[in-house]
Design a protein around this ligand. Sequence first.
Ligand SMILES: [Zn+2]
Length: 281
Amino acid sequence: MIRQPERLLEVSSVRFPAVNVDRSVGAKPTASAHKRFSLAAPARRALLRAGLTGAAALGATTALGAAPASASPHNTPTAPTTPSRRRPETPYEALRELAAGNRRWRTFCERHPDESPAVRQSLTSGQHPFAVVLGCIDSRVPPELVFDQGLGDLFTVRSAGEVLDEAVLGSIAYGPLELDTPLIMVLGHQSCGAVTAAVEADESGERLPAHIQYLADQIAPNIDHTKEGAARIDATIDANVRAIRSRLAAEPDLAARIADGRLAVVGARYELTTQRVHRIC
Ligand SMILES: [Zn+2]
C-alpha cells in the first residue's frame, strides 16, 4: 500500500517560533562542547545511564505540533570558521530540513551537502548532528541518501525492523542527551523484510535462525491481526513504527526533553516506489 503523497512529513502547515541561532556545521565547538562530547566525563556517563534504565511505559505519543521550539543553552555558537548552511536548532526545523532533503532525493536534485574539504576539516573538532534517524538495515533505505544529508548531519542507528535493544536505545539517547539533538525519527519502509519475516513466522509457527528470532519476537506484538496477507504486513510496518516511537517517547529523559520542547520523536515511512518519506501519526 502506498501512502498519500501529500502526507509527506506534513511540516509546512505547522507554525513554530523562529530561533535565530546560527550554529552551522562549520562552527568551532566550545570547550564545553568538547566536554559534552567526551564520554569520559563521569557525570555525563551517569546521565546517559539514567536515560537507559528508566522503565519505558508503552502508549505515550508525541505531537510535534504541540512542542514549543526552544534553543538549548548548551548550544551557544561561536563564530563559524567556514561558510555553511544553517543548522536546524528545533524539532520543527530539523523535520523541515529532512523533508527538504527527501524532496531533493526523490526529484533527483540532490546537493550532497556537507562533504567539502572545509566541512571535513571543521568536523575534526566536533559534531552537532541535528537529527537521530532510527532506520532499518535495508540496503535500499540509507538515511543520509534518502534525506540528502552529509557528514555531521545525522546520527543514524539501524537495526532490522528498527528493533530496539539496550545498545540501540543507548545509541539513540546519545544524540539528545549528549549533543542536544532536537529530533528522533523512527523510519520504517515499504516492503520491510524483517517485518515480513516476523509476520510469516507468526503465522506459520516456524522458528527463525539464530538471532533473527529475537527480531521477530520484538516485532510480533505489533502485528496487525485485523488484516490478512500483504495488507497485514503493510499495516504491521506502520504499527511497528508507532510502537517504537511510543517506546522512545516514554523514556524518562527523552520525555522530559519532549515536554519542554527541546525534542520531538516522530514516526515516518519510506516508500520504495516513490522514494517519498511521509509521517506516520
Ligand atoms: Zn526493513
